[in-house]
Design a protein around this ligand. Structure first.
Ligand code: XCC
Ligand code: SF4
Length: 649
């Protein structure tokens, strides 16, 4: 049966995307949106988690007539195993990204940094202290060397627990210990999980799922946290910075270069190279007015946070960016780069280049970025883009005039300084505002977009509801880009949309009501922020006690599964906009959505629309406030009024 065709305006939220989707239609260009249609009636066994192809007696699928696979595995085992393998995928992605950065730090420490250096010595010394590495009176290279060695051991440790876990509140550690999920070395966790899910090993769904949380902790409190720490050391800790977002950041008359993916190493150098006067000269001689460097997905977030390089778009806009017909070069690295890109690009003059050996796509030019001579490499990449400018076909160019201002760059350090001032940087004012009820709680909205639902709709609708109810919103990844495009990352958004209490706080501190904290690996910053709140005191002694909730409204990636698992294991309830592939097992569903509350003080909740999600979030925050005894009468009256006003509509 054919579904009726989805109207273009039901696929995307912002007008820039809408315009380009219409253009794609007229030019008969296939995108993920149209491919979603051809993939209609997606596999029910897959979505239930009930297909097992782990051994070659199978593939087996579980039905009421065949409740066990050939080996005897039942639905619970199969669903749990599939789930754990997804967590492994996400953990591996974040952690391998972290590993590359650590290896880079090691080279820099050894004096072979070439284009790379220790940009933020303060961040280095701060990290060294966290890990009890002697730093005072020592040269930064020596400190960096010790830190890099320690981090490398975090990947390779066989029997020792991750040292990075010690950055969590003490009580948190004991919760993990009591549940036997303290992770060992990151690589070991990934390998062990793959082992345990192979044919004939771990069959108790509870044991498998606990390993899922353990592996996810190795991501959030391991690989991702390390990636963030090392990025800050090498590229600088972000601090508030202005920029622009959406496809209108592309230039009509400039050479447009997009960086897309996740690893900041190449884009960092590009951000420097793009200012090279000789290159600008070369661009002008080639008929362009300059070079526009902009980003897609999390590479965008990385260089936005540190350099204010504009964000062209999020995950679902990667093809649309090319469809503008105005992109000379798109440089891709790892994760979230669609294999369709060369096909889309073939309709225009756009060249796509991969700078990573581990990420090749047929039709994409492989470019071996010479990190020994990083700056020269970056310059030659940009030259290539300039040379391609003459091939742009003006008849095919449509750049929607949509570009929204934003402020990003909210590392935990930056938030601390903004809140407490430079003399006494601290989270105290935030804790106080939460205790007084001016801020009801904190919600982290993370994750991707997914063509199963209208681009940015859930994220933006929910964000608005949250800030109206005096809930401070922290963001990363494509969820942050959604808010950027919607104008919610401007301080004025507090005045325009926030509830009274949150507005007062934002105005006093000078922050937007929605804080952009970085890329996907930077979800570790959310853990860091939650830790700061706990350590600051007054709001409980582990993360499950603070009024905080995580939401992944439009998620699609295995990485989002790993992230939400480490949130839950860290005591933070997670609302999912659509369920995991686990519906085939009631027991697995019950374990993840209910039993975890007893183990970690948090669980998963599925709410497919923002109207029901907001009710649940407010309920969770209010419960936490009540437990803490900060739901004082006066304030409650005030909030109930707000709640009702919001919920009635
Ligand atoms: Fe990818 Fe990080 Fe998801 Fe966006 S949000 S689609 S993972 S780019 Ni992390
Ligand atoms: Fe089938 Fe068991 Fe093999 Fe899975 S492991 S494919 S359920 S026989």
């Amino acid at each position: 049966m054919l579904k009726k065709e989805i109207e273009t305006q039901d696929r995307v939220w912002d007008t820039a995307s809408l315009e380009l989707l219409e253009k794609a239609k007229t030019e008969s260009i296939e995108t993920c949106f149209t491919r979603m249609d051809t993939q209609r009636n997606q596999c029910k066994f897959g979505s239930g988690g009930l297909c097992c192809r782990i051994c070659h007696m199978g593939p087996c699928k579980i039905t009421s007539r065949s409740p066990r696979g050939v080996c005897g595995a039942n639905a619970d085992t199969i669903v749990a195993r599939n789930f754990l393998r997804e967590v492994v995928g996400g953990t591996a992605a974040h952690s391998d990204h972290g590993r590359h950065l650590v290896l880079r730090l090691k080279k820099v420490a050894e004096g072979n940094g070439n284009g790379y250096k220790i940009k933020d010595e303060r961040a280095l010394r701060y990290a060294a202290n966290l890990y009890k590495i002697e730093e005072s009176g020592r040269q930064k290279e020596n400190v960096a060397n010790d830190l890099a060695d320690l981090f490398l051991e975090e990947f390779s440790n066989q029997e020792e627990e991750l040292k990075t876990l010690a950055l969590a509140p003490l009580k948190q550690l004991s919760i993990w210990k009591n549940n036997n999920i303290l992770p060992l070395g990151i690589d070991r966790m990934v390998v062990e999980s793959m082992h345990r899910t192979t044919m004939g090993v771990d069959h108790d769904y509870r044991n498998i799922l606990l390993q899922g949380f353990r592996t996810a902790l190795a991501d959030g409190w391991g690989g991702s946290r390390i990636a963030t720490i090392v990025s800050d050391i090498l590229f600088g800790s972000p601090s508030p910075i202005r920029s622009q977002s959406n496809l209108g950041v592309l230039g009509e008359k400039t050479v447009n270069v997009l960086v897309h993916g996740h690893e900041p190493e190449v884009s960092e150098i590009l951000a420097i190279a793009v200012k090279n006067p000789k290159l600008l000269d070369y661009a002008r001689k080639s008929g362009a007015e300059g070079i526009t460097l902009a980003g897609i997905c999390c590479t965008a977030n990385e260089i936005l946070m540190r350099h204010g390089i504009p964000v062209a778009g999020s995950f679902l806009q990667q093809e649309l960016a090319i469809i503008t017909g105005a992109v000379e070069l798109m440089i891709v690295d790892v994760q979230c780069c669609m294999p369709s890109l060369p096909e889309v690009a073939s309709a225009y003059h756009t060249e796509i280049i991969s700078t990573t050996e581990i990420a090749k796509t047929i039709g994409v030019t492989q470019y071996s970025f010479d990190s020994e001579n990083a700056l020269e490499s970056a310059i030659s990449l940009l030259k290539r883009a300039i040379d391609n400018f003459k091939n742009r076909d003006p008849k095919k160019v449509v750049i929607p005039p949509v570009s929204t201002p934003l402020i990003a760059g909210f590392s935990v350090d930056a938030i601390k300084y903004m809140l407490g001032g430079s003399f006494r940087a601290s989270f105290r004012p935030l804790n106080d505002a939460i205790m007084q009820g001016r801020i009801k709680g904190v919600v982290g909205i993370v994750g991707c977009n997914n063509p199963k639902s209208k681009l940015d709709d859930y994220i933006n609708s929910l964000t608005l509801k949250l800030i109206k109810q005096n809930i401070l919103v922290l963001k990363t990844g494509c969820a942050a880009i959604a808010s950027a495009k919607e104008g919610m990352l401007r301080p004025e958004a507090a005045l325009e949309h926030a509830g009274k209490g949150l507005r007062e706080v934002c105005e006093a501190v000078g922050i937007p009501p929605v804080l952009h904290m970085g890329s996907c690996v930077d979800n570790s910053r959310l853990l860091e922020a939650a830790t700061e709140i706990v350590l600051e005191g007054g709001l409980g002694d582990d993360m499950s006690q603070i009024p905080a909730v995580g939401v992944a409204p439009e998620w699609m990636s295995e990485k989002a599964i790993a992230i939400s698992c480490y949130f839950v294991a860290s005591g933070i309830d997670v609302i999912l906009g659509h369920p995991f592939h686990i519906s085939g097992s009631e027991k697995v569903t019950q374990f993840l959505n209910k039993d975890t509350a007893k183990l970690f003080g948090a669980s998963f909740h599925v709410y497919e629309d923002p109207d029901t999600a907001i009710v649940k979030i407010v309920e969770l925050l209010n419960k936490a406030r009540k437990r803490l005894g900060i739901d004082k009468k006066v304030e409650r009256k005030l909030f109930d009024m707000h709640d009702r006003r919001e919920l009635d509509v």
